[in-house]
Ligand binder design. Sequence first.
Ligand code: FES
Ligand SMILES: [Fe+2]
Length: 352
Amino acid sequence: MDPHRPLAEASALAPARYVEPDTYAFELDRVVATGWQVVAPAGLVSGPGDLIARAVGGRPVVILRDAEGALKGFHNVCAHRAGPLATCDRRGARRLQCGYHGWTYSLDGRLVKAPEMQAAEGFDPKQVGLRPIDVEEWAGLVFARAGDGPALAEVLDGIPGIVGETGLAGLVHHTARLYDVAANWKVYVDNYLEGYHLPFVHPGLTRLVEYAKYTTELGRWWSLQRSPVPADSGPYAAGEGLYFFVYPNTMLNFMPGRLQTNRVVPTGLDSCRIEFDFYYAPGAEGRAEADLAFTDRIQEEDRRICAHVQKGLGSGAYAPGRLSPEREAGVWHWQNLLREAYAARGPADVTR
Ligand code: FES
Ligand SMILES: [Fe+2]
């Protein structure tokens, strides 16, 4: 299929994309690892030596605040024999010490100690260090990527203007949650990108947002679904819901007084883990309990449908179906971004 086919003529991505091991390996390497993604609240790395251990596209990374207050990121891979520098989050570390043989690095990634290496000819510790990755802070969120591509400001371009000062002011991190989904990571993203399934999968949510007034806007690297939140009832105050998807795997969900971030982490060809973080504006924390319970329910509904869809995609009985121009612009937009990435593998890959 032509990747630039207009929405009114477009079909969904080929099912092979969701079940082929080589596509999955390509995506980890060239789509997920290299894409900017939200990895943590900045509060986890607020002071010198605070560090977090994460994975980006399956690659272990460590992100930290150095002694001068700068945010730094490195592959969490020792230059000796690939041991880990950090296996969990920590506060106030003075050095990074490998857990395998004790090589020690400064917080700026320089090797400062390598025991029992005196007899290694031509070994110069000054020439050895950790490999850096890109890290940046935006609106109290830490973003990272392990690879090249457009700058974070370019990827997010347009979002700050829509969210405005009020959407982000004073948000305080409240809770982190993980949800495991038995589906390829793209199934979860596809599902996120349309409100088409709301009346069938989430009858409770459909009552809370005005389905008829749901709209989708497209940026270069992101899409936005909006819906009015009519009544001051349930977990949210009246206002507007903004659901940003930032390619390749970040979601920023604004409800009045609340931001929820999601990172879709591929954990296998047919599994993924969704990292959720919940932030509340001052005065809105009282709604957290209801919000969390509501989110659990929505996620359970999405997990179930995504697992079914994964089975359908792998059944051999599915050919790409047509998209709804009214409801699936976000799906079309993101699948075209994927098609652009696949095109790098060769001409045959453009067509699916
Ligand atoms: S692998 Fe790190 S010290 Fe050996
Ligand atoms: Fe859903």
